[in-house]
Every structure is written in structure tokens, then in C-alpha cells.
Design a protein around this ligand. Structure first.
Ligand SMILES: Cc1cc2nc3c(=O)[nH]c(=O)nc-3n(C[C@H](O)[C@H](O)[C@H](O)COP(=O)(O)O)c2cc1C
Length: 195
């Protein structure tokens, strides 16, 4: 790859790593699409640049988990209007609900955040009435460790290994666009595209 392409690759990886750390980054939320055609907004929780893996948290009962277990093909779309950069990623999804990494992510989140996994039905299930889905005792409180412990069974990590991404930079000088492929061994190749 040329030096310029390499610089863009590092910029994209820096951007994603920063976005995972900071809720002030526009790319802290991304649109995550599954092979069944469904899309949803998710919070980017981590980016492992060595392996080009995005990490999200999710509810193992949600329809997206079943979709990914059926077909791992995924897309992730992120746009930062200040940086004028769009990143369109293609990759393979993997749901991990039992590993030490999942335990660590659970332990590392606030009990308030963990409360979301206490809902009494799966995300998207018919509710029959307007509801938070939480048990009544959990409404409006910041629960204790003991109170949220049963919800661990509903918590999972979604890892997306990025295998290709498309970078688009909007500029008044003329836009720029490039596509990068990331091999299993981590080697990256890039090519310029017409914007
Ligand atoms: C700003 C925002 C952030 C969200 N973050 C997450 C998230 O990190 N994980 C998640 O599973 N759902 C998140 N959601 C909810 C999803 O968009 C979606 O409604 C839910 O996961 C059910 O998706 P599914 O039916 O496609 O499985 C978020 C929604 C919004 C609006």
C-alpha cells in the first residue's frame, strides 16, 4: 500500500478506537445490519485494531442474535459529520455470551446499564400494553449488584470482524474514496475508488 493509503487506514482505526472510548464521538453509535436485511443503531463499545474487531453489547434474546447465528455476514455504517468521513464496513459477526470477555464487559458496566437486561420479555416481543418491560421493583431505581445478577444470562457481546471497509471523505476540493480489504492474517490491501 502507498504511504497515503496507510495513513488513511491508521486514521480510520484511530477514529474507531476513539469512537469506542468516547460518547462524544459521532461514531460512538453506528448502524449495524444483519444478513436478514434488518438494521439497528448500536453503541460501539470497543475496537481491537490488531484484529479489526468491533465490539458491541446486546441482549442474547434479541432477533439480531438469531439472525447472526444463522448467517454471520454483517455490515456496519458510521458517519462523522465533523470529520466529513463515512466508513462502510463489511464483516463477520460472532455472538459471545459465555466467555471471560463477556463476564468482564458485564462486570465493567454500571448496574444502571445492566438493568436493561432485566426486561421480562425478549426485545421485540409483543407487550400488549405500553411498558418498559422491567419488573415493577426495578422501575426508576439504580439496582444493586445482587438485583441485576440474574440479568447476566441475557447479556452478550457482539463481535464484528471487519474484512472490508469503504472510506469516503467529503471535501470541497473534491471527495475521495478508497476501499480496504483485511485478510485473515491481518494484511491489508487498499484501492482508490471513484467517489
Ligand atoms: C442510540 C441507540 C443506541 C442503542 N444501542 C444499542 C446497543 O448498544 N445494543 C443493542 O443491542 N441495542 C441498542 N439499541 C437498540 C437497537 O437499536 C434495537 O432497537 C434493539 O437492539 C433490538 O434490535 P433487533 O430487534 O434488531 O435485535 C440502541 C438504540 C439507540 C436508539
Amino acid at each position: 500500500m502507498t504511504d497515503e493509503m496507510n495513513a488513511i487506514l491508521q486514521q480510520v482505526f484511530d477514529h474507531l478506537a476513539r469512537a469506542a472510548r468516547s460518547r462524544h464521538s459521532a461514531m460512538h453509535t453506528a448502524v449495524v445490519a444483519t444478513a436478514d436485511g434488518n438494521m439497528r443503531t448500536m453503541v460501539l463499545r470497543g475496537f481491537d485494531r490488531e484484529n479489526a474487531v468491533l465490539r458491541f453489547n446486546t441482549d442474547v434474546r434479541s432477533p439480531k442474535v438469531a439472525a447472526i447465528r444463522q448467517d454471520q455476514a454483517m455490515r456496519v455504517l458510521a458517519y462523522d459529520p465533523d470529520a466529513k468521513v463515512q466508513i462502510r464496513m463489511m464483516g463477520q459477526g460472532h455472538v459471545d455470551d459465555r466467555s471471560p470477555a463477556a463476564d468482564a464487559a458485564w462486570a465493567g458496566s454500571t448496574t444502571f446499564a445492566r438493568r436493561a437486561y432485566l426486561t421480562q420479555g425478549a426485545p421485540g416481543e409483543l407487550a400488549g400494553c405500553e411498558t418498559s418491560g422491567l419488573p415493577e421493583w426495578a422501575e426508576g431505581i439504580n439496582p444493586s449488584e445482587e438485583q441485576v445478577a440474574p440479568a447476566r444470562a441475557n447479556f452478550a457481546l457482539l463481535m464484528v470482524r471487519v474484512t472490508r471497509f469503504d472510506w469516503l471523505y467529503l471535501s470541497s476540493d473534491g471527495h475521495r474514496r478508497a476501499q480496504f480489504d483485511i485478510g485473515d492474517d491481518g494484511t491489508v490491501s487498499g484501492t482508490w475508488l471513484m467517489p
